[in-house]
Design a protein around this ligand. Structure first.
Ligand code: FAD
Length: 477
């Protein structure tokens, strides 16, 4: 099902024929194909969005392949959808106008790990979890850690400005991107950014590329900031009798000045989903917090003590467990890591939203979600990065006839989020899925300014068309 039908122009049959022929000549048939099965495999991502299958699949193996593809696509008037790991949650890599999918997963080189200057230079197809392992072997650390890190890639992380549990302490991807090399439609190559810690020359074009959801340029290289690897890590799992009490314990920790690297929360429905998969959780528990501190061993011991004291004095605490060695920590994370799988098993379909509210409004948001779920009679569960106010509200359903109620619930969630002073997306982006709600948060003037910016990079609007912004005159779709 296509969540929203963006208004886009489809390429003509003759434009596609011309592009396919030129791509085959320029790249060879091993990299450019019109095979329907191969193309179909690149028509979806990890959202429920189904667009229009690509007509041509290009698997780039070098920057040169990307340049040639974008030059041919523009001259033939064929749209291009960039893609990396295909784990996106809002349909960003799902083509809506057919045309070319430009896959960058084969650009896998880690070109440099510079210990002295604390940076890495990588290609967009490097899997995020593999980069973690590589730099950690060198005593370094790349903090952004989307939960999809085993399969998502740096190109997609940059395009979505990915976050993850560690963002509470370390921030999101943009804070670790020093520079990029990006190819624009037509084949122009832009290198921007720096290799230095400071640098304020000209506009911050790098920051604009990060989070642009593949609509401004195709990344072929990224220079990433690294930090020293923390010497010690400790994890605390706290069970509460009520979600609102767990949420207020989060606020208390933050107000006391503690900066753990992760502050994750799961509500009662989430715990039930995990229990249904055979994981034993104290039956009195209706909410779980997972808190992780890192740093020097003495600082971590101190944090552990303070976190324990703060949680123990909080009303509603049912149980508290701390772990410092890797295997104990992995056990505490088990419930969180299996969540995606667990929710898939309890319902046929799910939509995972990633709204953000000011931390002080988390309890209000949770209450509104319950009201919305009851009103629309839609099953839902909420978990996520409570330390950032970034919660994954999941709506679940089994039959297509329930879909209209789910859509109403999502719309109500988006309105409630903005009403509470929040934002529609903390890390998944707008893609296709959230286009109808963009105007809840942004003015028409701001949306127009962004459309104008896009046309500077892509005058013919051929790069990832139909994403982020509603078609003109259709702000509410
Ligand atoms: C189980 C699960 C857990 C997740 N957890 C998190 C989480 O904790 N935090 C989080 O932030 N996200 C999370 N996500 C969402 C997703 O993993 C992220 O959005 C991720 O950054 C997407 O990376 P990707 O390589 O899969 O990109 P893709 O899905 O391939 O593409 C995503 C976007 O990037 C663009 N793009 C891809 N490659 C390039 C390129 N080379 N140049 C320019 N644009 C490009 C695409 O056009 C698209 O708009 C999760 C997803 C799943 C399935």
């Amino acid at each position: 099902m296509l969540l929203v039908a963006p208004k886009v122009a489809y390429p003509t049959a003759s434009a596609l024929d011309k592009a396919a022929l030129e791509l085959e000549r320029a790249l060879g048939i091993s990299k450019a194909t019109r095979d329907a099965n191969a193309c179909a495999a690149y028509a979806s991502d990890e959202s429920e969005a189904i667009g229009r299958a690509p007509d041509i699949l290009v698997i780039a193996a070098s920057r040169d392949d990307v340049v040639k593809t974008l030059a041919i696509a523009e001259s033939c008037g064929v749209p291009v959808t960039p893609r990396a790991g295909g784990t996106g949650r809002t349909g960003g890599a799902v083509p809506v106008a057919g045309g070319i999918v430009l896959a960058t997963h084969a650009l896998t080189q880690v070109k440099e790990i510079d210990r002295e200057n604390l940076l890495a230079v990588v290609e967009p197809g490097v899997v995020t979890g593999q980069l973690h392992e590589l730099v950690e072997k060198e005593g370094l650390f790349y903090p952004p850690d989307p939960n999809s890190l085993a399969s998502c890639m740096i190109g997609g992380n940059l395009a979505e400005n990915a976050g993850g549990p560690r963002a509470f302490k370390y921030g999101v991807t943009r804070e670790y991107v020093l520079g990029v090399e990006a190819c624009l439609m037509g084949g122009r190559v832009i290198r921007c950014g720096k290799r230095t810690v400071k640098g304020v020359t000209g506009y911050d074009v790098t920051a604009l590329f990060v989070g642009s959801e593949g609509t401004l340029g195709v990344f072929t290289e990224a220079t990433l900031r690294l930090v020293p690897k923390p010497r010690a890590i400790a994890t605390v799992l706290a069970l509460f009798d009520e979600t609102r009490r767990a949420a207020s314990a989060v606020s208390a920790l933050i107000a006391a000045g503690m900066v753990p690297r992760c502050l994750e929360m799961m509500d009662h429905a989430t715990l039930d989903a995990i229990r249904s998969q055979g994981v034993a959780i104290d039956p009195r528990a209706r909410a779980m917090l997972l808190i992780e501190a890192d740093g020097d061993p003495t600082a971590v011991d101190d944090s552990l003590q303070k976190i324990g004291d703060s949680l123990s004095s909080h009303e509603g605490l049912v149980d508290l467990v701390a772990a410092q060695d890797a295997s104990q920590r992995a056990r505490l994370w088990e419930a969180r890591r299996m969540l995606s799988r667990a929710t898939r098993k309890i319902a046929k379909y799910k939509l995972s939203e990633d709204v953000v509210v000011p931390r002080s409004r988390i309890v209000d948001l949770l209450e509104r979600v319950d009201v919305i779920g009851q009103k629309e009679n839609v099953q839902h569960l909420t978990y996520g990065h409570a330390g950032d106010g970034n919660l994954h509200v999941n709506f679940l359903w089994n039959d297509d006839e329930e879909r209209a109620r789910v859509d109403r619930a999502i719309e109500a969630l988006m309105r409630a989020t903005v009403d509470l002073g929040g934002t529609l997306s903390g890390e998944h982006g707008i893609g296709i899925a959230k286009i109808p709600y963009l105007h809840f948060e942004q003015s028409e003037a701001l949306i127009d300014l962004q459309r104008d910016l896009k046309r500077v990079f892509d005058p013919k609007e051929l790069l990832n068309p139909g994403k982020i912004f509603p078609a003109r005159g259709h702000s509410a779709c």
